[in-house]
Design a protein around this ligand. Structure first.
Ligand code: FAD
Length: 715
C-alpha cells in the first residue's frame, strides 16, 4: 500500500466511489471510509419509511458489508475537521487519520442556533438516525392516549412537504390501529414563502437566485467545489460532493439526485488524482424529475417546475427506482466474491504495470530478519506520539516512555500475588479499523486478569502491521496502539513496552501483568451447591463475526457486537466482588458451555444452565441458525457433547450459540443465591444491561461422571 484514499462520510456519492473501487481495485491504494453510522439511510425512501411502507433495512445501505466487499477499511467515527496542511482528518476522541486524497460527502445538518429556541425544541431531519429514534418515541406517545398531538414541519420545499404528509399519514394510521378514532393529530407545515416554490411559477425566481449565486459564489457554510468536484481554491487533493458541496460553476439545489449523479465523476477524478492524469469535468443536469410522495402510496411527478402526472403508479415508479438504487449496494453485489481481494496481484488486475507488480513483489519479499521489526525511526515517532497520552503507573520503574531494553516493575507488596496472562488477536475481515482493533485486543487481554479477580498493572504489546509505505505503516501502528492505550488507561494499566513487526495482516497481542491479594483470587474452583451463576454480557460474537465476513450479518448487529467487545470487565468484577462472588471466569474461545464446564469440573459440581435466560447479542440467533459459524465451532461442539446433558430440546441455532467462541466476552460468575438479584441490578446500573442469572449449581459431581452441565428450563 502506497497511498491513502479517505472517503469522509458514507453519503450517496462516496458509496458509489466505494463500489467503483470495489469493482476495480487500484493497486497500492488503501481505501478508508470514515463515517458516523454502520448503516446509511437513503433519504429518498425516508417519507415511505415514515409512512410505514419500508422497513429500516430496506431504507438503509449496510456500510459494514459494502466496505468489506470493496476491500476497504471502515472507521466509525465523528469527523470534526480537516487539517489540509498535515493532510489529516481530525476525529473525535481518537487520533486523526492521514490521507493522500480526500473525498468529502458528509451531507448537511440544519443550523438550529440562528433560530431562537430551535436547539431545545426542534428535531432536525439530519442525521436521519436521530430523527428515526425520535419518531419511534413520538409513535409511542401517539398511541398511549387519546391526547391532542401537534407536529410542525419547518420548511416548505419538497422534502418538508413529503415529511409533513408522511408523518400525518403515519400518525393517523397508527392511532386508528391503536383504536383511537378521534382526529386529534394536527400536522402544520411552516414555510417562509409559498410551499414548493420551485415547482410552480416561483421556479423562475429560484433559478434567478441560483444564477446570481453563480455570478458571485458564496459558500454559505458549504464547501465550494469546481467543475471537477475539487475544492475550489483549496488543496488539489480534497474533493466534495452531495449536499455538503456547492458548485461554483453549476450551482444546483440540494437534492439527493445530484449526490447520486456525482458518484461516477467523483470516482473517476479520485482515481486520476491518485494515479496522475487529467480530471474530467462534470456538469450536473439543469432540471431533474421529482417524484414527491403524498403520505399514502400516492406520488406526484414534476420536472422543471411543471406538474406532470400523479397517482399510485407514479409512487410505484419511484419505489422501483429507489429500491434499485439501494440494491446496487446490497442485494445486487456478489458478496461471495469477497475472497477476490486475496487474489494475487496479476489475477486481480491483469493490467498492472511492471512497476506496480514490482511493488507487490517488494511487499512479498520483505526481509524477515530481526523478527521482521519495524524500523527504529518509525517506531520512535509512533512512541513519541503515544507517550503524550501514556500514564505514569505506580510500580513501573522503566516503561515505554523511558524506552530502555526491558520494562522494570516493582514486585507486588507482601501478601499479594502476581497474575499473568497472554493473548493475541488478528484483524479478521470485519475489524478493519486499527484503532478499534487496538481497543478490542487490549480489552480481550485484560479480561483474563479481571476474571482472576486481579487488578491489571502493566502490559507488553506484540504488534504486527502489514507492509505498506512507511507513513502508512506508522499511521496504522499509531492508530492501533492509541486504541489499545485508551483501553489500558481506562483500566489503569500501564503499557510498558513491546515488540512490533511487519507481517501479512494486522494483529495485536498483550502479555498482561496484574496483582491481587493472595486470598482474594477468583479461580474456577469456587462453585458451591445452591449458588447462582451470572453472566455479565450477551453471547454471539463468534457467529456474528463469521457472518460479517461472509456478508451475512447486518451493520447494526456487527456494531452491537463491537460495543460489547469494547466493554471492559473491570467494573463488572467490582460489582461481583461486592456481592461475594466465589468463582469466576471470562467467556472466550471455548464458548459459554465450554467455560461453564471448566468451572463445574474444577469445582466438582453439576451446573444447571437455563438456556432461555442466556442473554444473546442482536442478530446472533439468526446468524447461528443460518449456519454462520466460527472455525472453532466444531471443536467446541465435540467437547461440549462430552460434558453436557442436553435434557431440554434445543434448536441447532441455540446450541451453536452456547458453544460459540467469544471475543472479549463477559464474566461468568458464581455467587450466593441470596445476593444474585441485587448483583444483577447493580451490574445493570453499571452498564451491563444484559446481565442475567443463567443457571444454578445443582449438585455435587458424582465421582464416575463427566457430565457437569445440564440444560434446563428457565429459572
Ligand atoms: C425527507 C427527505 C426526502 C428527500 N427525498 C429526496 C428525493 O426523493 N430525491 C432527491 O434527489 N433528494 C431527496 N432529498 C434530499 C437528499 O436527502 C439529500 O440531497 C441527500 O441525502 C444528500 O446526500 P449526501 O450524499 O450529500 O449526504 P447524506 O445522504 O446526508 O450522507 C452523509 C453521510 O455522511 C456521514 N456523516 C455526517 N457527518 C459526519 C461526520 N462528522 N463524520 C463522519 N461522517 C459523517 C453520515 O453518517 C452519512 O453517512 C430528501 C431529503 C429529505 C429530508
Amino acid at each position: 500500500m502506497q497511498q491513502d484514499l479517505v472517503l469522509l462520510g458514507g453519503g450517496h456519492a462516496n458509496i458509489q466511489v466505494l463500489r467503483n473501487f470495489g469493482m476495480l481495485p487500484m493497486p497500492g491504494v488503501r481505501v478508508t471510509l470514515i463515517t458516523l453510522e454502520a448503516e446509511t439511510p437513503y433519504s429518498g425512501m425516508l417519507p415511505g419509511f415514515l409512512s410505514g411502507f419500508y422497513t429500516f433495512d430496506e431504507m438503509h445501505i449496510d456500510l459494514v458489508r459494502l466496505t468489506q466487499w470493496a476491500g476497504a477499511r471502515l472507521i466509525l467515527a465523528n469527523a470534526q475537521g480537516i487539517d489540509t496542511q498535515g493532510q489529516t482528518v481530525l476525529l473525535c476522541d481518537r487520533p486523526s487519520q492521514h490521507y493522500d486524497v480526500l473525498s468529502i460527502n458528509v451531507g448537511i445538518c440544519p443550523a438550529l442556533s440562528p433560530v431562537l429556541g430551535a436547539e431545545a425544541n426542534v428535531i432536525p431531519v439530519k442525521p436521519i438516525s436521530r430523527l428515526v429514534s425520535r419518531l419511534e418515541a413520538l409513535l409511542i406517545r401517539a398511541n398511549a392516549a387519546d391526547l391532542p398531538l401537534q407536529v410542525a414541519v419547518v420548511g416548505g420545499g419538497a422534502s418538508g412537504v413529503e415529511l409533513a404528509c408522511a408523518i400525518s399519514y403515519r400518525l393517523m394510521r397508527e392511532r386508528r390501529a391503536a383504536g383511537i378514532m378521534s382526529t386529534t393529530v394536527t400536522v402544520s407545515l411552516i414555510s417562509r414563502g409559498p410551499i414548493l416554490q420551485k415547482f410552480d411559477r416561483g421556479i423562475r425566481k429560484a433559478f434567478l437566485l441560483l444564477l446570481q449565486l453563480c455570478a458571485a459564489p458564496s459558500s454559505d457554510g458549504f464547501l465550494l467545489v469546481d467543475e471537477y468536484l475539487k475544492s475550489a481554491g483549496g488543496p488539489s487533493n480534497v474533493f466534495a460532493a452531495g449536499d455538503v458541496a456547492s458548485s461554483i460553476t453549476c450551482p444546483r439545489p440540494k437534492a439527493g439526485v445530484f449526490a447520486v449523479r456525482a458518484g461516477a465523476p467523483l470516482a473517476h477524478n479520485l482515481r486520476r488524482t491518485l494515479s496522475g492524469g487529467p480530471l474530467r469535468r462534470w456538469a450536473p443536469q439543469a432540471t431533474f424529475l421529482s417524484l414527491i410522495t403524498a403520505g399514502d402510496r400516492h406520488a406526484v411527478a414534476t420536472k422543471g417546475g411543471w406538474l406532470g402526472m400523479q397517482g399510485r403508479w407514479v409512487w410505484q415508479v419511484k419505489d422501483c427506482i429507489d429500491r434499485a438504487f439501494v440494491n446496487r449496494f446490497g442485494a445486487d453485489l456478489d458478496y461471495a466474491s469477497m475472497e477476490r481481494h486475496a487474489l494475487p496481484a496479476r489475477a486481480l488486475h491483469p493490467s498492472l504495470s511492471t512497476n506496480e507488480l514490482r511493488l507487490h513483489a517488494a511487499a512479498k519479499g520483505r526481509c524477515g530478519g530481526c523478527g521482521s521489526k519495524i524500523g527504529g525511526a518509525s517506531l520512535r515517532r509512533v512512541l513519541q506520539q503515544l507517550s503524550t497520552s501514556a500514564n505514569v503507573q505506580h510500580g513501573v520503574l522503566v516503561g515505554f516512555i523511558q524506552a530502555d531494553d526491558a520494562a522494570v516493575l516493582e514486585l507486588p507488596p507482601l501478601g499479594h500475588v502476581a497474575v499473568q496472562s497472554v493473548d493475541f488477536f488478528r484483524a479478521s475481515g470485519f475489524v478493519t479499523d486499527p484503532y478499534l482493533l487496538g481497543q478490542i485486543a487490549a480489552n480481550h487481554a485484560l479480561s483474563d486478569i479481571h476474571a482472576m479477580g486481579a487488578t491489571p498493572q502493566s502490559a507488553l504489546a506484540v504488534a504486527v502491521v502489514p507492509f505498506a509505505a512507511l507513513g502508512m505503516m506508522e499511521d496504522e501502528l499509531h492508530q492501533m496502539m492509541a486504541g489499545a492505550l485508551s483501553t489500558m488507561l481506562h483500566s489503569d494499566c500501564a503499557l510498558v513496552g513491546g515488540h512490533s513487526s511487519e507481517g501479512t495482516e494486522l494483529a495485536l497481542g498483550f502479555a498482561v501483568y496484574g496483582s491481587a491479594p493472595r486470598n482474594a483470587l477468583l479461580t474456577l474452583r469456587g462453585m458451591r451447591v445452591g449458588q447462582t451463576v451470572i453472566l455479565t454480557k450477551p453471547i454471539g460474537t463468534g457467529t456474528l463475526l463469521a457472518a460479517a465476513m461472509q456478508g451475512g450479518s447486518r451493520g447494526r448487529w456487527v456494531t452491537g457486537a463491537v460495543e460489547s467487545m469494547k466493554q471492559s470487565n473491570g467494573p463488572a468484577l467490582a460489582v461481583l466482588r461486592a456481592h461475594h462472588c466465589q468463582a469466576c471466569t471470562d467467556v472466550t474461545g471455548f464458548g459459554l458451555l465450554g467455560h461453564l464446564a471448566e468451572m463445574a469440573r474444577a469445582s466438582k459440581v453439576v451446573v444447571s444452565l437455563s438456556t432461555a435466560d442466556v442473554p444473546l447479542l442482536d442478530g446472533a440467533l439468526s446468524c447461528a441458525s443460518a449456519g454462520y459459524l466460527s472455525s472453532l465451532h466444531p471443536e467446541n461442539k465435540t467437547d461440549a457433547a462430552q460434558v453436557v446433558d442436553a435434557g431440554t430440546s434445543l434448536t441447532a441455532g441455540m446450541f451453536s450459540l452456547l458453544v460459540d467462541p467469544q471475543t472479549a466476552g463477559g464474566l461468568l460468575a458464581s455467587l450466593p443465591d441470596e445476593r444474585a438479584e441485587s448483583c444483577i441490578e447493580a451490574l445493570r446500573r453499571a452498564g451491563y444491561s444484559h446481565a442475567a442469572a443463567v443457571g444454578r449449581v445443582a449438585s455435587k459431581l458424582p465421582e464416575s461422571s463427566t457430565v457437569c452441565v445440564s440444560l434446563s428450563r428457565p429459572l
